[in-house]
Design a protein around this ligand. Structure first.
Ligand SMILES: NC(=O)c1ccc[n+]([C@@H]2O[C@H](COP(=O)([O-])OP(=O)(O)OC[C@H]3O[C@@H](n4cnc5c(N)ncnc54)[C@H](O)[C@@H]3O)[C@@H](O)[C@H]2O)c1
Length: 254
């Protein structure tokens, strides 16, 4: 299996893309620490264990350094040193820049970007000791091409791409690879929320499908397969990259 003997910390593992990554990593042999602010993380742990995998859910607010430290400590005590980090937790609120309260800007930056710094900060020492590690973060095509209404989200996702490149250079000599993924629109609770707030959800769904040259929006597993590739040895000569998994959106823009 691709992640045999690996210990993976997956943030945002309670639902959506993070849950798909946690489940797939466990299927591929990883011992998974599922870190999420939502108690629904218990469900991820239960599903993985019932399928014969190993998972520990730790309720964690990844924007808080003491939470991240505690999750890394407890997870490592249970499963051993972490050598795979998937930064998936994220939030999105719609508001144009001229109406955006500073607190909302800071909240989105803290959850989406500062969390990447905090999780990396606290797993890197163990990876450096092992001289092995893979960090995979979920950016967005919004980090490449902003959508109207999401200045804070786009900035946080662009920051993930920049930090991915920076960390990849800093830690390559330590045997640690750092990559990210820029998904297009994916069918997850985050977007179910968006659909529930518009008058005609079916029309919006059709517009999203049309926006992607491959004619549909993404499934969480589409992103999880990319994360598995970037976390495992098949990508051992890849670092500092941003892989668009977006049904062709970015190819069309260019
Ligand atoms: N769904 C999409 O279309 C899409 C597209 C591009 C990028 N992304 C990114 O993919 C990631 C996952 O998105 P999703 O669509 O699965 O979202 P989702 O809302 O379905 O899941 C996000 C998860 O993050 C958790 N979370 C939120 N705040 C947290 C915090 N402070 N600490 C710990 N956990 C926290 C939530 O509880 C939830 O389990 C996000 O970073 C998102 O920005 C999503």
């Amino acid at each position: 299996m691709r992640l045999d003997n690996r210990v993976a910390l997956v943030s945002g593992a309670a639902m959506g893309i993070g849950k798909a990554i946690a489940v797939l990593f466990a299927q591929e042999g990883a011992r998974v620490i599922a870190a999420d602010i939502s108690e629904q993380g218990h469900e991820t742990e239960r599903e993985i264990r019932e399928a014969g995998g190993q998972c520990l859910f730790i309720r964690t607010d990844v924007s808080q350094e003491n939470h991240v430290q505690a999750a890394v400590r407890a997870g490592s005590e249970r499963f051993g040193p972490i050598d795979v980090l998937a930064n998936v937790a994220g939030i999105a609120h719609e508001k144009p820049a001229h109406e955006l309260p500073l607190e909302d800007w800071q909240h989105v930056l803290n959850v989406n970007l500062t969390s990447m710094f905090l999780c990396a900060k606290h797993v890197l020492p163990a990876m450096m000791k092992l001289h092995r590690g893979a960090i995979v973060s979920i950016s967005s095509i919004q980090g490449l091409f902003g959508f109207p209404g999401y200045p804070h989200y786009a900035a946080s996702k662009g920051g993930i791409i920049a930090m991915t490149r920076q960390l990849s250079r800093e830690y390559a000599a330590e045997g640690i690879r750092v990559n990210c993924i820029a998904p297009g629109t994916v069918d997850t609770p985050m977007n179910h929320g968006v659909l529930s707030r518009v008058p005609d959800p079916e029309a919006l769904k059709a517009a999203w499908a049309k926006m992607h040259p491959l004619g549909r929006f993404g499934r969480p597993i589409d992103i999880a397969y990319g994360a598995l590739f970037l976390a495992g040895d098949e990508s051992s000569w890849i670092t500092g990259q941003c892989l668009a998994i977006d049904g062709g959106v970015s190819a069309r823009v260019l």
